[in-house]
Design a protein around this ligand. Structure first.
Ligand code: MIC
Ligand code: SF4
Length: 642
């Protein structure tokens, strides 16, 4: 029987397990990437493993998130990252070189290889035909140490594209259409493999917009075949040597097929506060807007910014709108600076900000109170922009720019003639901001500022877990709810005691003091608990505050893995309606839990306050149970290397 592309790449990287739906498999990782906000922890964890040099084919450490330097913390962390990269064989992409996913696509991605990144948008490189997966920093640290990455074999879904995009309809509208159809939990336990005739019509950067935002579906990853478009892109980057053709066999089978006729799509928009709250732009046009932002790892390629500049040329940003533009990489910025497109943006009144994640993660450019912000980004979770009551909408750069000019949400199809950007043969190539590792690692001293605190430790799991329900939350809680980001909190990513003070800050201001007073306890969650970012701080900081287990209706993949990695037990209700049997403040116990987990026995919760027994279940593999029993993956690694 023929194989699909996912099966081909997984088979060439399979270390153990059977590639059968629902089974745990281990795969080898060729490349890793980290970014600064998750990277400090990942390298502290790598360092703790005592391995002299990374064992991957390539590991790159990027600085793109914590770029605002309002105190010593962020720059200190950059220096730590640069020095530790130098010592351990990691390439270091300096602040200003670009957003990790954009730069990795441009300079490092290789069709057919595997990439593990400590950022949920790592699947961007799926646009090049890689299996690129987002994970917690500790999983990435283990991959750098040569360890395998464990996944539960997902379903492979073919997204069959036909037709061609109509003028002013873009790759962003393709992924918004999928989010509209499938919702933010529609991709859990799945990989989306794109195929069909329509694939040929999409460039690599368009494909990367789609695979990038596949993260919002909750998917393990998304990928495209490697074809003539891939070759053209790699050639442009002076990297045609790494190209190879890759596609599914004609007789390949899939678990499911979704069909999209590109010709029928219209400009779409995700309304507050979720990327799946999608409607047609035409349905809400006319809404007044205070801010428009172009950029992020989803939409800040050379093509995206050239279209934006061409639309702005000779026009002005509306007097009531603040337009920010953050290019995705130095390469893009340098090229638009050289060809004059940047001047057109500046002349139109755009605020050109640095090459970084910036407003996407609330690192500056927070919208005004109750303001409407229209962004070419990928996430619009409540409060993520830095303004609690802001209304953030997600669109293509085309829709964003016409909106910035008109001052109200506008349909780009009413803008005028479609804009064609001339193909380029060669981009500007200058890797001078990527610092190679040292040839004399023994001479490198790691620079450790006072913000960098040691990793917290966790004790092995006791026989019975007891405590109070510290908080009960609803469906689709994001890691931005659990562990907020933004300019104030992000600088504390390498200081767990300090960052713990902000856990659930935007949900319940009393959470931290309650957790401390009670000496820890339990969390109750709804559906898709922990969706969004890969930040392991959303598990590490609750662990530090004594959270012992999270009982939810269901979990998002990366967060569930992070909980296990840090020794917090993820359980789900056997009967979802039992969610109603636990309330904040209830005293509960998980009797004989360790024994029940290891012996495969029934796991129950006794709600001592309500005098009720609640049946719960888990999807933990034997390996994950061992990890939980010893108090997390670091302890497990230390024991297995003895
Ligand atoms: C995000 O987009 O939410 C982030 C910030 O890039 C996160 C990583 C982090 O929290 O540091 C992600 O996507 O994983
Ligand atoms: Fe950065 Fe935003 Fe992309 Fe996350 S989603 S990596 S914050 S640009």
């Amino acid at each position: 029987m023929g194989k699909n592309l996912v099966q081909k790449i997984l088979d060439s990287h399979l270390v153990s397990g059977k590639r059968k739906g629902g089974e745990e498999i281990a795969i080898s990782i060729d490349q890793t990437l980290t970014q600064d906000a998750t990277g400090t922890m990942a390298y502290l964890q790598f360092e703790a493993m005592g391995i002299p040099k990374v064992k991957t084919k390539l590991s790159v450490s990027y600085v793109d998130h914590n770029m605002l330097q309002t105190g010593f913390e962020n720059f200190d962390d950059h220096l730590f990252l640069q020095s530790i990269a130098k010592k351990y064989g990691v390439y270091f992409s300096k602040p200003g070189n670009g957003i990790c996913h954009q730069v990795h696509l441009e300079r490092f991605g290789v069709p057919g290889e595997t990439l593990l990144g400590s950022d949920s948008h790592t699947p961007t490189c799926g646009g090049l035909g890689m299996i690129a997966i987002g994970a917690g920093g500790l999983d990435v640290a283990i991959a750098m140490a040569g360890g395998s990455f464990y996944i539960t074999m997902p379903k492979v879904v073919l997204v069959k594209l036909s037709g061609t995009l109509q003028p002013w309809v873009t790759a962003k509208d393709v992924i918004l259409e999928l989010l509209r159809r499938l919702t933010v939990k529609g991709g859990v336990g799945k990989i989306f493999e794109y195929g069909g005739e329509g694939v040929k019509t999409l460039s690599v950067t368009e494909r990367a917009t789609i695979t990038n935002m596949g993260a919002e579906l909750g998917a393990l990853t998304s990928l495209f075949p490697s074809d003539a478009q891939t070759k053209k892109y790699l050639k442009m980057q002076g990297r045609e040597a790494v190209w190879k053709p890759l596609k599914a066999d004609a007789s390949a089978k899939y678990d499911d097929v979704i069909e999209i006729d590109l010709s029928t799509l219209e400009p779409l928009i995700a309304r507050p506060h979720s990327p799946d709250n999608v409607c047609k732009v035409s349905e809400i046009k006319g809404t007044k807007v205070q801010q428009v932002c172009i950029g992020s790892c989803t939409n800040s390629s050379y093509h995206d910014l050239m279209v934006a500049a061409a639309m702005l040329k000779g026009r002005k940003v509306h007097s009531d709108v603040s337009l920010t533009i953050s290019p995705g990489s130095k390469q893009v910025l340098e090229m638009i600076a050289k060809n004059g497109a940047l001047a057109d943006m500046i002349a139109a009144g755009a605020r050109v900000i640095e090459v970084a994640c910036g407003p996407c993660i609330g690192m500056g450019q927070a919208p005004p109170s109750g303001g409407v912000s229209v962004r070419s980004f990928n996430r619009n979770f409540e409060g993520r922009s830095g303004t609690a009551d802001a209304q953030v909408f997600l669109v293509s750069p085309e829709t964003a720019i016409v909106t910035a000019i008109n001052g109200v949400i506008s349909d780009p199809r009413e803008f005028g003639e479609p804009i064609i950007i001339k193909d380029i043969k060669r981009v500007t190539i200058d890797d001078s901001m990527v610092i190679p590792p040292s040839e004399r690692p023994e001479e490198v001293t790691i620079i450790r500022g006072p913000n960098i605190k040691p990793l917290p430790k966790k004790e092995p799991m006791p026989d019975t877990l007891t405590g109070d329900v510290l908080l009960k939350v609803g469906d689709n809680i994001t890691t931005d709810h659990i562990m907020p980001a933004g300019a104030k909190v992000l600088p504390l990513r390498s200081n767990i005691p300090a960052i713990s003070e902000f856990v659930f800050e935007k949900v319940d201001k009393e959470f931290v003091s309650r957790a401390k007073e009670k000496g820890g306890g339990f969390l109750i969650g709804g559906v898709n608990y922990g969706q969004g970012s890969s930040r392991e701080h959303a598990a590490l900081a609750p662990m530090y505050l004594g959270v012992k287990a999270v009982i939810a209706k269901s979990f998002a993949r990366i967060h569930r893995a992070n909980l296990v990695n840090f020794g917090i037990l993820p359980l789900t209700f056997e009967d979802e309606s039992d969610y109603n049997l636990c309330d904040q403040g209830d005293s509960i116990e998980l009797p004989d839990i360790k024994n029940r987990l290891t012996s495969g026995g029934k796991v129950i919760i006794n709600n001592l306050t309500k005098n009720k027994e609640i049946k719960v279940k888990h999807t933990l593999t034997p390996r994950e149970i061992d990890i939980l029993c010893v108090g997390g993956l670091l302890n497990y690694q230390a024991q297995s290397s003895k």
